[in-house]
Design a protein around this ligand. Structure first.
Ligand SMILES: C[S@@+](CC[C@H](N)C(=O)[O-])C[C@H]1O[C@@H](n2cnc3c(N)ncnc32)[C@H](O)[C@@H]1O
Length: 275
């Protein structure tokens, strides 16, 4: 017996390029749910969703909330999550679709799932292929080699973060670098210079960084432009650009820990592993 109410929420990702990156289970929910609610900017993906969904609600128009005095992106995301919840409360099986992975830099799905569960509805997220997954494949970078740090660009700028320049650093949304009003969808050369100045605390200014844009359909080219860190303020950044900063220095051995491990009796280590 379950106390869950009748409405249900499944958040799915469409991948970066739907053709080939949409998982079979996500496709099944898109095709069979009572309603599909989506914020998918790619026109081809949107047309396909509209075609196969029983009912389709597009959330993209909600971004114009930011034009209203006193409102910002947070209000937009709240209204998007509320729209999803209203359909769940109406007793429907709701499929909320987002491009890439539905839970990576996509707060709407997390908000909607938390709210739905708090109200006693079944809600779950299914993984999708994110920009980061495509980046690893396209750039041939294994995050396991040096480790990886990954964060939103403005968050990196305005908070005290400890950056490890011996690991890979991924900065999301550099096209919004330093945009504190949460109303605009752009940045400026001056704000990018602030970003460069902060990165220069850990990286040389002539360190090569990569502007990465995964192709979102088969006719598009993937962008993998290598530029010098110092040139970032004058680079062309799109809303889909991700900034990839490879490690600047080799990993340095923590000899004290290595010595400590080597000093452990071999038998004790074997016994602990077996326990
Ligand atoms: C709101 S986040 C959405 C991420 C998405 N949910 C995912 O799973 O990849 C938007 C940011 O994702 C990255 N992004 C989106 N599309 C991309 C693409 N085609 N190539 C590279 N990065 C992309 C950029 O950093 C962009 O600013």
């Amino acid at each position: 017996m379950t106390n869950e109410k009748q409405g249900k929420l499944i958040c799915v990702g469409t991948g970066m390029r739907m053709a080939g990156q949409l998982t079979p289970i996500a496709q099944s929910y898109i095709e069979t749910s009572d309603v599909v609610i989506a914020a998918v900017p790619n026109i081809f993906a949107r047309k396909w969703l509209q075609g196969v969904a029983k009912e389709y609600i597009c959330l993209l128009g909600y971004y114009s909330d930011c034009d209203v005095e006193g409102k910002n992106r947070r209000d937009t995301y709240r209204r998007m999550a509320d729209t999803i919840l209203a359909e769940v409360r109406a007793g429907k099986t709701v499929c909320a679709a987002f491009y890439g992975h539905p839970g990576i830099f996509a707060c709407i799905s997390h908000m909607a799932i938390a709210d739905a569960r708090a109200e006693g509805y079944h809600a779950e997220m299914l993984p999708g292929i994110s920009a980061e997954d495509c980046l690893v494949a396209d750039l041939g970078i294994d995050p396991g080699r040096t480790g990886m740090q990954s964060m939103e660009t403005t968050q990196f700028m305005i908070y005290e973060r400890r950056i490890d320049p011996t690991s890979l650093l991924i900065l999301w949304q550099p096209s919004l670098a330093g945009e504190l009003s949460l109303k605009r969808f752009d940045t400026t050369a001056a704000k990018l210079q602030v970003l460069v100045d902060k990165l220069a605390r850990d990286y040389p200014l002539d360190h090569p960084v990569i502007l990465y844009e995964a192709a979102t359909h088969p006719l598009e080219q993937t962008r993998m432009d290598s530029i010098l860190l110092r040139d970032l303020p004058t680079a062309s950044l799109q809303q889909i650009t991700t900034l990839v900063i490879p490690a600047a220095y080799p990993l340095k051995m923590d000899q004290a820990i290595v010595d400590q491990l080597n000093a452990m009796p071999a038998m004790a280590v074997v016994l602990e592993q077996a326990a």
